[in-house]
Design a protein around this ligand. Structure first.
Ligand code: ATP
Ligand code: MG
Length: 405
């Protein structure tokens, strides 16, 4: 077999020519065998970090205490990690002791799943000590060694395991399933950031439906933030995630399916970025509005074309509308959007300054109110987007405001 990781060949060659062993390991080998796109190529070597630093021109010490140096090559970073073993995980986060070891075999033993414990040497030969290739063929997630032990060492492996079932559409081994159930409470010790990271990938995977089923079946779901009482009632179990495109849409469907109303509290507990919270909140709101009424030029304008389409996908995913109508609904949104005379506030012929000038007033909340009313009137075809027309519209608006107050 030829060595398929051409970009990493020079790194291996450099290490080998200086008397060290070097292999491509982990996810890259797994994804190569699965014919999946390869994201990053990790290298395991007998060279110590100081040797790695001295052998390459450009390196970054990303985790020297764990034996990892990033080597920049051809504009890309490659993580080069010294063969190591790990013992003890007192804080469930970092192994409290990392020992450099002499052989690849020892290094492969510390890895989480058999499919991730594969290595490839420079000739393209695969080193497979734990039947990882057979598990790839059977599409199975199995731990290296006894599942309970490996989970107790590092409970994040539960989330990783379930995430891989989703991403790869693999099944979880029976012993792993039993161990996840037995050890599910240990997940509470894992930092929210890492759990969230895995959950995002789990939700984004093609096998998300089954993966969520595993989260419930193993009771792991109840160890996750704010999901102590989550139930897989028909809401969530019926959601057709495959219809949904972005991870925010999938989060929205997840929360809707679970009947979780307080998105802000959830976002805080899961330490979402502001942007994620904003987007998920908006999608949930839009699909709520959409449940009650069809799109109009005004509602599509304020939703934006993409979010309006996403809200329709959410309705289809939860079975409120039939999936067969989705492309029709999308076409409707596209047409309404196209029919809008403007597509954002910045396209208004008048700016805030015009209103200040025409009114002689100081800026205040009235300005936002007037601009938003103008957007509505223009989008609904009541006013032309023309400066002079807007000026007389504004005068009329001032009069009605005075009358009202
Ligand atoms: P992907 O990059 O698609 O997430 P990956 O398998 O490359 O998949 P990484 O997180 O990049 O995952 O880790 C690289 C390798 O390090 C894994 O393939 C696995 O061998 C090992 N590994 C990662 N996390 C753990 C862990 N928590 N316990 C044991 N081994 C791990
Ligand atoms: Mg990786």
């Amino acid at each position: 077999m030829n060595f398929p990781f051409k970009q990493a060949a020079c790194i291996l060659d450099q290490l080998i020519s200086h008397g060290f062993e070097a292999y491509v390991v982990g996810g890259a080998v797994r994804d190569y065998l699965l014919d999946r796109p390869i994201h990053d190529i990790d290298v395991a070597t007998s060279a110590h970090p100081a040797d790695v630093v001295s052998l390459f021109k450009r390196t970054i010490p990303v985790g020297v205490q764990h034996g990892t140096v990033a080597v920049l090559f051809g504009g890309k970073p490659f993580e080069v990690t010294t063969f190591r073993s790990e013992t003890g995980y007192d804080d469930f986060r970092h192994p409290n002791k990392v020992d450099f070891v002499l052989t690849l075999d020892q290094d492969l033993m510390r890895r989480d799943f058999t499919i991730n414990a594969l290595a490839m040497d420079r000739t393209g030969k695969i080193i497979d000590l734990f039947e990882g290739r057979a598990d790839i063929a059977h599409r199975q997630i199995r731990t290296v060694g006894r599942a309970e032990e490996r989970i107790s060492e590092d409970p994040l492996r539960i989330m990783r395991g379930i995430r891989f079932t989703s991403e790869l559409c693999f099944t979880l081994g029976n012993q792993e399933r039993a161990a996840f159930l037995e050890k599910s409470a240990l997940l509470k010790n894992i930092s929210v950031e890492r759990v969230n990271q895995e959950m995002v990938r789990l939700l984004a995977g093609r096998g998300v439906q089954e993966a969520i089923g595993i989260l419930f079946e193993t009771k792991c779901i109840h160890a996750l933030p704010l999901l102590e009482n989550a139930e897989l009632h028909s809401g969530l179990s019926g959601v057709r995630f495959s219809i949904l495109q972005s991870v925010e849409e999938r989060w929205a469907a997840f929360l809707i399916g679970l009947g979780i109303k307080n998105t802000h509290e959830f976002a805080k507990a899961w330490k979402w970025s502001r942007e994620t919270e904003r987007k998920v909140t908006r999608l949930i709101e839009l699909q709520n509005v959409r449940r009650l009424a069809d799109w109009t030029p005004e509602s599509v304008y304020f939703a934006g074309e993409d979010d309006a389409k996403a809200a329709d996908r959410l309705l289809a995913a939860s079975g409120v509308v039939n999936e067969a109508y989705l492309s029709l609904l999308e076409q409707q949104v596209i047409e309404l959007w196209r029919s809008c005379p403007i597509h954002s506030r910045s396209e208004l012929a008048a700016t805030g300054n015009h209103f200040l000038h025409w009114s002689g007033l100081k800026p205040g909340p009235w300005l936002a109110k007037v601009i938003s009313q103008l957007e509505k009137d223009i989008v609904n075809g009541n006013v032309e987007n023309d400066l002079e027309v807007i000026e007389s519209w504004f005068k009329r608006w001032q009069i009605t405001q005075k009358k009202q107050s």
